[in-house]
Design a protein around this ligand. Structure first.
Ligand code: T46
Length: 137
C-alpha cells in the first residue's frame, strides 16, 4: 500500500478566480482542532523530521510547493505538494520530512488535535524501535 494518500479539493471557480472550502468530516476526514501554516522557509532548509504517536493531519501548499517524504519505518515515498487543490493525509506513526520549499511556499496543515509536544517522536532510532515493537518510547 502506498504511503501517499492525496485528497483532491475541488476548486469552486468562476471568472473572479478560485476558492477551495475544507470542511471537517467531509473533504477533511476528521474533526479539525488546529490549523497552522508554515511560510518563509528558506529553500535550503528542511523541516519535520518526526512522527506523531496519534495525530492525523492534512497538509496542503496553498501557495508555492515543497517536497514531502513519508516513511513508515519500512519504506519511504515522496510527493510534491504543488497545488492548492492537493491535500496529503499524514497519519500517525509516519515519519515525515519537508524539503525544497519554494520561496513563496505557504504550507497549511489541518490537525485533529491540539498541539502536544509529547505526541512527537523526534528521534529516528526511537521511531524505528517503536515501529518494530522493541521499545516503549
Ligand atoms: C508537522 C509538520 C508538518 C507550536 O507551539 N504549536 C503548534 O501547533 C506547532 C505545529 C508548532 N509549535 C511550535 C513548536 C516549535 O517550537 O512551533 C515550533 C516549530 O515547530 P516544529 O519544529 O515542530 O515545526 P516543523 O515544521 O518541523 O513541523 C511542523 C509541525 O510541528 C508538525 O506537527 O507534522 O509541521
Amino acid at each position: 500500500m502506498s504511503l501517499i494518500q492525496t485528497i483532491s479539493f475541488p476548486p469552486l471557480g468562476d471568472d473572479r478566480g478560485s476558492l477551495v472550502a475544507l470542511e471537517a468530516n467531509k473533504a477533511v476526514p476528521f474533526d479539525v482542532k488546529r490549523v497552522y501554516y508554515i511560510f518563509g522557509t528558506l529553500p535550503h532548509v528542511s523541516r519535520g523530521f518526526h512522527a506523531h504517536r496519534a495525530l492525523k493531519q492534512i497538509a496542503v501548499c496553498v501557495a508555492g510547493k515543497c517536497r514531502m517524504i513519508l516513511d513508515n519505518g519500512k519504506f519511504k515515498e515522496e510527493v510534491w505538494l504543488d497545488s492548492p487543490t492537493k491535500g496529503l493525509l499524514i497519519t500517525e506513526l509516519i515519519w515525515h520530512e519537508m524539503h525544497d520549499f519554494s520561496p513563496d511556499c505557504v504550507l497549511l496543515v489541518l490537525a485533529d488535535e491540539h498541539y502536544d509536544e509529547m505526541d512527537y517522536i523526534r528521534d529516528y532510532d526511537d521511531f524505528k524501535q517503536l515501529i518494530l515493537g522493541r521499545k516503549h518510547v
